[in-house]
Design a protein around this ligand. Structure first.
Ligand code: FAD
Length: 368
């Protein structure tokens, strides 16, 4: 008899949801994480009374009622709505592209005028078969929006000129002919009051949690403790990179406390010019309508990823897709190990999707 039914590697959302479900089924769980904290990439840390989103801004949004009801058991969500602002050389525009944006850009007042202006610019560009991202964007929204709101931001994100990026990266560019500047088309949206870390701690209530423990460094001893393993770390690391490294895109954050109550008046401001080196500034207090005397901001920089860096976004190209498929075959042959989550499945998951996936995996595996 092993001491635990499940060893859960990774105290992020996937691991925490699975652990919660397992415990509900009467299973004992040991949850470990190599980081000094729970909550994985949704980890929030309090600074100056403000919950700082340490691994990037996280806004919960979903159309999935089951998932929304599920998370509401663990936290009360506020009414935060994501309405980012674009800063182009000091000119401010509302995002996503909507009537406020078009009024500021061209002085147009009615939806007909805005639609006509976009159409006029699309036609003038005369692009029928876009050969790169620049041509694709102009053929969708015209020159002005492309030049001021898309070009610089995209080039900073990808580290390459838009003329050298493939057109398929942008399939559509949502244009709203209404004054709706709610970024997400989701039925439910908000931020857990008190931070994500508290929400994840509530999910893990009743589980034994050990932090600063790297599974791969103590695999044999840890495997000996549990009948089954749920692994939410990087799939290539599990197999000691024997087929090669899966690649990621990375982000670097520079966080600063400012001795003033309000820096930019909004949670997210995107810097859409090419010259400003950062892509966004996040002012964390506005996720929870903070009234603290100080403020905390994070500048985000897109950076090239190299092995050993924090993995953020999987690169969904053919090369990495094939490599993942090869690792997945090895994973399918592993006895008593379930692979899950953004790193275990090498997949970009929004939070609601990762929770839905963990619930599904729990349903399948706990019934066995
Ligand atoms: P993780 O949170 O990464 O958890 C995996 C855990 O495993 C980590 O804590 C890690 O330390 C641990 N681990 C790895 N290897 C080992 C090991 N060997 N031993 C022990 N522990 C190990 N989603 C939204 O819905 N809205 C947003 O606004 C949003 N913003 C995002 C912004 C950024 C910059 C990024 C990158 C993602 C964003 N997401 C957002 C997605 C969200 O972060 C993910 O859905 C979620 O974090 C995935 O949870 P997970 O448990 O799969 O992975």
């Amino acid at each position: 008899m092993k001491k635990y039914d499940y060893l859960i590697v990774g105290a992020g959302l996937y691991g925490a949801v699975f652990a919660h479900e397992a415990m509900k089924h009467g299973k004992s769980c040991l949850v470990i994480d190599k980081r000094p904290n729970i909550a994985g990439n949704v980890y929030t840390e309090e600074m100056e009374g403000i919950n700082v989103h340490v691994y990037g801004a996280h806004i919960f949004h979903t159309n999935n009622r089951e998932v929304w009801d599920y998370v509401n058991q663990f936290a009360e969500f506020n009414r935060f709505t994501n309405s980012p602002v674009a800063n182009y050389h000091g000119e401010l525009y509302s995002l996503p592209f909507n009537m406020y944006t078009f009024n500021k850009m061209w002085g147009v007042v009615t939806p007909e005028e805005a639609a006509a202006k976009i159409e006029e610019q699309r036609k003038a560009a005369g692009i029928t078969e876009p050969k790169n991202l620049e041509e694709q964007a102009i053929s969708l929204v015209g020159t002005d929006i492309y030049e001021k709101l898309i070009k610089g931001y995209t080039e900073k994100q990808w580290g390459r000129p838009c003329t050298e990026l493939p057109s398929f990266i942008i399939k559509r560019l949502p244009v709203r002919l209404t004054f709706d500047n709610n970024y997400f088309n989701a039925l439910y949206q908000g931020i857990p009051m008190g931070g994500y870390t508290k929400m994840v701690a509530n999910m893990l209530d009743g589980a034994e949690v050990r932090l600063n423990v790297d599974y791969l460094q103590h695999k044999d001893e840890l495997d000996a403790l549990a009948s089954k393993v749920l692994y939410t770390g990087p799939i290539d690391a599990y197999f000691d990179y024997k087929l090669g490294n899966l690649e990621y895109r990375s982000v670097r954050f520079e966080t600063e406390v400012l001795d003033k109550p309000n820096f930019q008046g909004n949670a997210a401001v995107n810097y859409t010019d090419r010259e400003t080196p950062w892509t966004r500034i996040i002012e964390h207090k506005w996720f929870e309508f903070g009234a603290q005397p100080k403020t905390v901001i994070s500048r985000e920089y897109s950076s090239e990823w190299k092995p050993g860096d924090e993995p953020y976004y999987p690169v969904n190209d053919e090369k990495n897709g094939k490599l993942y498929a090869a690792y997945k075959e090895l994973a399918d042959d592993e006895q008593n190990v379930i692979f899950g989550g953004r790193l275990g499945e090498y997949k970009y998951y929004d939070m609601d999707a990762v929770i839905a996936a963990a619930l599904e995996s729990a349903k399948t595996n706990l019934a066995k």
